[in-house]
Ligand binder design. Structure first.
Ligand code: ASP
Length: 440
């Protein structure tokens, strides 16, 4: 089947699969418009309550999910010299692609200023409060930048877990996982334990997704009811900025990256992984797509050894599409709340977006939750920005589908580059789509 047909089908499947969430958004808009011109305080309170339940349920699973996925990812590498070499290259390549993504995100957001149009919808006292919190946090941090880095090392990891401080948690978990990988087979009980934790939290996430439609409905309805339909006009600029950013990654950055670091032809690679790209779009989950990404790469010329090492880690740690979105979203919120974006704040947002995206699990919606980490670094709590969050949640599913497609594509791009460098690609197969085996 021709590639463009496959992409059209994917669009259809993606929407069909997620139709109930789209219905939630549409109904939410309709109910919100009605409530905007009619006073029903009880209904409004109820909607806010339901939306909050949804947000809190997702927040609930973040820590177990992040901890278990990092431990499984790192220990699966083992303690082999060759894997160490692949690992270094993988971190470097994933790092390059994610850095470019946040720079593109920041550049576009500063250029098009998507948040400025939304400023009129933010209550003046909320805006002043947010501005003050950021100013205090920035003053403290700028005064002693070394303390920020010191704060990344947890003196008491349990305390960090209890306080929900993601960066120190991740620092500890990465060191712990590296040690587990080093000690060999004796690590089995702990790794199996975290495999169970991962499976169970994925299950809980599945369950939470059942309430995604009412949750999104409630969030959309309360956003629209308090601001009216005009808010979507200001959001549309945000969507356009994101779309341009994702397109730049797919059509400019990845081709240049492959040209620079390998002999892989981008069109051939995209046709090899077309099914994985479609499923990524439909499921909005890198983890759910992983088996297919591995199958596409392996059956179409990339060695089993490279595909099975680089792709699983990428599905958890490499989220350049998410990093791009998080950068744009936070700058959008800062612009909407009238927070001055100083160079220091901008660098902080970009660095935290790189960390926050790689701490996010490859499941639907995770990227919008780890944004809390960036806000936390700016001295803000998600509650303070709940209005902004509601807007972002209202269109969350659409942006999630787009960023997941980008995330999965870049996993395959990096895998192909490493396979090329290590002579682990069968080019006769990769460059001959007619010979591709079907993937069920
Ligand atoms: N859904 C994304 C993924 O699985 C993660 C995110 O929410 O950004 O890749």
């Amino acid at each position: 089947m021709k590639l463009h047909m496959q992409i059209l089908i994917a669009l259809g499947l993606g929407i069909k699969r997620n139709w109930h969430i789209f219905t939630g958004i549409i109904l939410g808009i309709a109910v919100g418009i009605f409530l905007h011109s009619h006073e029903y305080p009880l209904v409004s309170t109820l909607l806010t309550f339901i939306g909050q339940i949804f947000i809190r349920l997702i927040q609930m699973v973040v820590i177990p999910l992040v901890v278990s996925s990092i431990i499984i990812g790192i220990t699966s590498v083992g303690d082999n010299k060759q894997l160490g070499k692949f690992g270094t290259k993988m971190v470097l390549y994933y790092g390059i692609i994610t850095t470019v993504a946040v720079v593109i995100g920041a550049g576009l957001a500063l250029l098009f200023k998507p948040g400025v149009g939304a400023a009129g919808y933010i209550a003046q006292n909320t805006a002043s409060e947010v501005q003050a919190s950021v100013a205090t946090a920035m003053a403290q941090q700028q005064g002693n930048i070394l303390n920020i880095f010191l704060g990344f090392i947890p003196s008491n990891p349990i305390h960090s877990v209890a306080a929900g401080d993601m960066v120190p948690i991740i620092v500890f978990v990465v060191i712990f996982a590296l040690a587990l990988a080093k000690v060999g087979d004796v690590n089995r009980p702990i790794v199996s334990f975290f495999e169970s934790v991962f499976a169970a939290t994925m299950k809980i996430t599945d369950w939470i997704m059942y309430v995604a439609a009412p949750g999104v409905f409630a969030l959309t309805a309360s956003a629209v009811s308090s601001f009216g339909i005009d808010i979507f006009t200001s959001i549309s600029k945000y969507l356009v900025v994101l779309f341009i950013g994702f397109m730049l990654q797919l059509c400019v950055v990845y081709p240049l990256f492959l040209k620079f670091f390998s002999k892989v032809n981008i069109v051939m690679l995209y046709s090899a992984i077309a099914e994985a790209m479609m499923v990524a779009f439909g499921t909005a989950s890198s983890s759910a797509t992983l088996p297919l990404t591995v199958a596409c790469c392996e059956k179409r010329g990339i060695s089993h050894k490279i595909a099975n090492f680089v792709l699983p880690l990428g599905a958890t740690l490499n989220m350049d599409g998410t990093a791009l979105l998080q950068t744009v979203a936070v700058i959008f919120l800062a612009q909407a709340y009238g927070v001055a974006i100083t160079p220091f704040l901008l660098i902080q947002i970009c660095v935290l977006a790189m960390i926050a995206s790689s701490t996010c699990a490859g499941i639907p919606g995770a990227g919008l939750i780890t944004i809390a980490l960036i806000l936390n670094g700016m001295g803000l709590s998600p509650e303070q920005l709940i209005a902004g969050f509601a807007f972002l949640f209202a269109i969350e599913r659409v942006t999630d589908m787009m960023r997941t497609l980008v995330n999965v594509t870049s996993d395959a791009v990096v895998t192909a580059a490493i396979a090329d460098n290590e002579n682990e690609i069968n080019y006769d197969l990769l460059n001959n789509p007619a010979a591709y085996e079907d993937i069920a």
